[in-house]
Ligand binder design. Structure first.
Ligand SMILES: Cc1cc2nc3c(=O)[nH]c(=O)nc-3n(C[C@H](O)[C@H](O)[C@H](O)COP(=O)(O)O)c2cc1C
Length: 220
């Protein structure tokens, strides 16, 4: 049983009231909004020549960070590449097929995971001393960092779409080279890249099929 301080008990009550008010005063997303996020949204292969401001990038992070992670561990680390010189460094690590798609994007997010994420658990999970659980088990630590940074990368894509932007996720690059170029001297490893911006519809590929419910789902 976790013993909460009076201050923490008040924080729990406040959170419950805020959530109740939200659910009482809001509706689920409508079809158009669902299409923008999922149903008709597409992965981008080219970009309009239209800037994405730093303020927009910051707004996207502010919602991305609210997505759930296990024990609130928040292992994702983001580098947002906008400048030409940093794009040139990234170019060296890209598979040839991906070079034009990435280099024409206004912003490229390098989504990484910090294997030292548990150093922040005192802030992120203050009611329990959970860091030793990660520090003492390298395999569990790695799996947790990778799993949750992948989720945070997905939240990042959905928040970007919710802000009216498009996404071009990429794993076709040399992770070791990206790590040594952008994360040297840290315990951060690259997970995947995600270009964001205003997509060029003329570069969209045909829609590929998805697996049907009955092929991959079971309700037990
Ligand atoms: C993690 C991840 C890595 C991807 N890597 C690449 C890549 O290296 N090159 C590429 O052209 N597309 C890449 N894609 C794009 C996928 O091929 C695309 O999302 C998928 O075919 C679905 O396309 P749609 O969203 O337009 O339906 C990647 C997507 C994800 C989510």
């Amino acid at each position: 049983m976790i013993e909460l301080s009076e201050e923490q008990k008040k924080a729990v009550a406040d959170a419950q009231a805020t959530f109740t008010e939200l659910k009482d005063s809001s509706k689920p997303l409508n079809d158009e909004q669902l299409n923008l996020l999922f149903g008709q949204a597409r992965s981008m292969n080219g970009w309009q020549d239209k800037e994405v401001s730093d303020d927009m990038v910051k707004s996207i992070y502010e919602l991305t960070k609210m997505g759930p992670t296990s024990t609130n561990c928040c292992p994702a680390r983001f580098k947002f590449i906008k400048s030409d010189d940093q794009k040139q460094l990234l170019k060296e690590a890209l598979l040839p097929n991906n070079v034009d798609k990435v280099m024409s994007a206004p912003v490229i997010a390098i989504i990484g995971y910090d294997l030292d994420f548990s150093d922040n658990m005192g802030k992120l999970f203050p009611h329990m001393d959970i860091a030793p659980m990660y520090k003492g088990n390298a395999e569990f630590n790695q799996a947790t960092a990778f799993r949750n940074s992948s989720l945070q990368g997905a939240y990042f894509m959905m928040v970007s779409r919710a802000h009216g932007l498009d996404c071009g996720p990429m794993s076709g690059f040399n992770n070791e080279l990206v790590d040594s170029t952008f994360f040297e001297g840290t315990n951060i490893k690259s997970n995947f890249l995600c270009c964001i911006g205003y997509g060029d519809p003329s570069k969209i590929f045909m829609r590929l099929p998805r697996l049907d419910f009955d092929e991959v789902c079971e309700i037990l």
